[in-house]
Design a protein around this ligand. Structure first.
Ligand code: NAP
Length: 283
């Protein structure tokens, strides 16, 4: 069998940032008063969330866009967070709002996500945005699945008529990705913790997506020869994803490495959607 193609998200994300930098420069030359900002909201003091938010702000800086860091204490109420979101919705410089998941337990996260104005929902978290995306409307998708779709498109992987198995159905990853792939004419099976005969389902797939959150969960013997593997998981301690890529990659026709596959595309997509939101606003 020939060597599998590596779906290199790290390089594509770098190229994307370069293009976005030029787009921001062009926007500011045309509209010198334009100061597009991505507002990031971090509630509480979870260190992993703080790291993710910092990475997103660093990425803004790399493309020459400002970010506004909103930090709220862990005892914040739903009403207080909603008031902050409304304030950011009304701020014309803020062209994207990111509410870092998860928020502390006393907050109704769904209500807060849904308060984000659709045109500023650059992380694709609102129910309205999800519904419109599922119907094939042009809205910002959830950043990780949208990044996966950009990667698939870049490497000209045609999903039409393909049997796709997505393992995981979270609102930010498995479920929206399944809809996006369905819209590209794939035949999609969504699996989850109550799925029976998971191995047999994966064995029949032309494209397998690992979105489970368990290190090396999808085994090499489940992978059909020549399948495409998209591994969205990342487990830094084990330095692996959700698919046992060390053994499975060689059976595939193409795969996303971990790290350097899906991860870098997530932040690049968030920034790209914010730049798009700004461009649409100022044009
Ligand atoms: P999540 O919210 O925990 O969802 C995990 C999904 O996996 C759930 O739908 C769950 O099913 C399913 N699942 C759990 N155990 C299973 C089992 N034994 N068999 C089959 N399905 C099972 O996780 P997530 O936020 O979607 O993240 C998934 C992975 O992607 C994680 O590794 C995470 O680190 C990674 N991720 C990466 C990025 C990135 O930027 N690279 C972004 C987001 C997430 P139920 O619905 O039945 O519980």
């Amino acid at each position: 069998m020939s060597e599998p193609m590596i779906l290199d998200g790290k390089t594509l994300a770098k190229e994307t940032r370069k293009a976005l930098k030029q787009q921001i420069q062009a926007l500011q030359e045309k509209h010198p008063n334009a100061k597009p900002v991505l507002a990031t909201i971090l509630v509480g003091d979870d260190p992993a969330s703080a790291t993710y938010v910092k990475m997103k702000q660093t990425s803004c800086k790399k493309v020459g866009m400002e970010s506004l860091k909103v930090e709220m204490p862990k005892q914040t109420t739903t009403a207080e967070l909603l008031a902050k979101i409304q304030e950011l919705n009304a701020d014309e410089n803020v062209r994207g709002i990111l509410l870092q998941h998860p928020v502390p337990k006393q907050i109704d996260e769904r209500v807060c996500f849904d308060a984000i104005a659709l045109e500023k929902d650059v992380d694709g978290v609102t129910c309205l945005g999800f519904g419109m995306m599922a119907m094939g409307e042009n809205v910002y998708g959830s950043a990780t699945p949208q990044g996966i779709m950009t990667l698939i498109d870049h490497y000209k992987i045609d999903l039409k008529g393909k049997d796709v198995v997505v393992v995981g159905r979270s609102p930010i990853l498995g479920k929206p990705l399944a809809m996006m792939m369905l819209n590209k004419h794939a035949t999609v099976t969504i699996c989850h913790s109550r799925t029976e005969n998971l191995a047999d389902k994966v064995k029949a797939a032309d494209v397998v997506v690992g979105a489970v959150g368990i290190p090396n969960f999808i085994k090499a013997e489940w992978i059909k020869d020549g399948a495409v593997i998209i591994d969205a998981g990342y487990h830094p301690a084990e330095n692996c994803g959700d698919v046992d890529l060390a053994a499975a990659a060689e059976k595939s026709s193409a795969y996303t490495p971990v790290p350097g596959g899906v991860g870098p595309m997530t932040i690049a997509t968030l920034i790209a959607q914010t730049v798009d939101s700004a461009t649409k606003y100022y044009q």
